[in-house]
Design a protein around this ligand. Structure first.
Ligand code: PHE
Length: 336
């Protein structure tokens, strides 16, 4: 009981006095151990009771130690906290930036949203019908070779989509008209990786289907887009082209005024650079999706985001987009 009241009266002023307490009572040569040693002198019939009393005493000392330890730790913490000048500005922390492809993707989608287009997405792992069949490319169609396809587990049922045109089909199948959609996404092609090509890249697909949609609407829409995207009156030109899912089809070029020959590595020496494929949605495609092609017409386009980004920021090597080098990515801090 004497020991107990001595312990109860103890308060640790600092870490040293707490340590002294620990050594005195709980250490290997401490008093708690010493009282335990008395056990051998206790008659057998009292050993049980004595043992219980000693155990309670040991717990009592340990609990006191824990409470005092917590008190000391809390006051040390408060001391540090109190010595900090919270009004000082923090150390700047680099929290990362948006990826240039994301910046451009968002910008493209925003421009089309202002024209009344809504955003939609579709699957990257696709079946043959949605990537090819419904787009007027039957199994033996030679145009399938235009895009080198990755198959999932060598099984022809599932492929990695070669373009975002699959989302056109998925949206048309829903049967709600008119349709005015902008559809960004990642696509895959089995191509040799170089400064200008990769086995995966990003596209944005556009689709507008209603009554009386014309090629003039397509031209004006795309013209508006490039002017907004590059913040200048960019010259455009359309060249006749071929896609099985559009008729007529065209490719749109923009004038190399964009990079002023500074070298985006995508301009060829003609003064023009191709940025997208487009055309009027082929009647077969509309019918494949259950849309009456005598009543509705529409236009579609698809463009590569990597190329747009290279043009906008004069990026010379497309591989930079997937290497995740912060020295490259950091340069887009605050861009757009
Ligand atoms: N899907 C075509 C491609 O990847 C682009 C395109 C989309 C062309 C829509 C016309 C209409 O090359």
């Amino acid at each position: 009981e004497e020991y107990k009241s001595e312990i109860a009266a103890f308060t640790a002023e600092n870490a040293d006095s707490l340590e002294a307490f620990r050594i005195k009572w709980l250490g290997t040569k401490g008093l708690v151990k010493a009282t335990m040693g008395e056990m051998k002198n206790v008659p057998n019939d009292q050993k049980k009771e004595f043992g219980q009393t000693l155990n309670a005493f040991k717990l009592f000392a340990e609990e006191k130690f824990d409470t005092e330890k917590q008190k000391i730790e809390a006051s040390a913490e408060a001391e540090v906290f109190g010595s900090i000048d919270w009004s000082l500005p923090g150390e700047p922390e680099f929290i990362g930036t948006r990826h240039p492809i994301s910046l451009v993707r968002n910008k493209v989608v925003d421009i089309f949203k202002r024209l009344g287009f809504a955003e939609a997405e579709g699957p990257e792992v696709e079946d043959d019908w949605h990537n090819f069949g419904a787009l007027n490319l039957p199994p033996d169609h030679p145009a399938r070779d235009m895009q080198d396809t990755f198959y999932v587990n060598q099984d022809p049922t599932w492929i990695l989509r070669t373009h975002t045109s699959n989302v056109q089909i998925r949206e048309m199948e829903k049967g709600k008209l008119p349709i005015r959609l902008i559809m960004p996404g990642r696509v895959y092609r089995n191509e040799t990786i170089s400064a200008r090509a990769h086995c995966f890249f990003h596209q944005v697909e556009g689709l507008y289907i209603a009554e009386n949609v014309s090629f003039a609407d397509l031209k004006q829409t795309l013209y508006f887009f490039v002017k907004e995207f590059f913040n200048q009156d960019v010259k455009i030109r359309f060249r006749p082209s071929y896609f099985p899912f559009t008729e007529p089809s065209a490719e749109m070029d923009i004038s190399c005024q964009i990079c002023g020959g500074k070298g985006c590595n995508v301009c060829k020496h003609t003064g023009w650079v191709e940025i997208l494929g487009c055309g009027m949605v082929h009647p077969n495609v509309l019918e494949n999706c259950g849309i009456d092609s005598t009543k509705y017409t529409g236009f579609a386009f698809g463009m590569g985001l990597e190329r747009l980004t290279m043009l906008k920021y004069q990026v010379k090597d497309l591989r930079l987009f997937s290497e995740n080098d912060v020295r490259f990515l950091k340069q887009f801090e605050g861009a757009l």
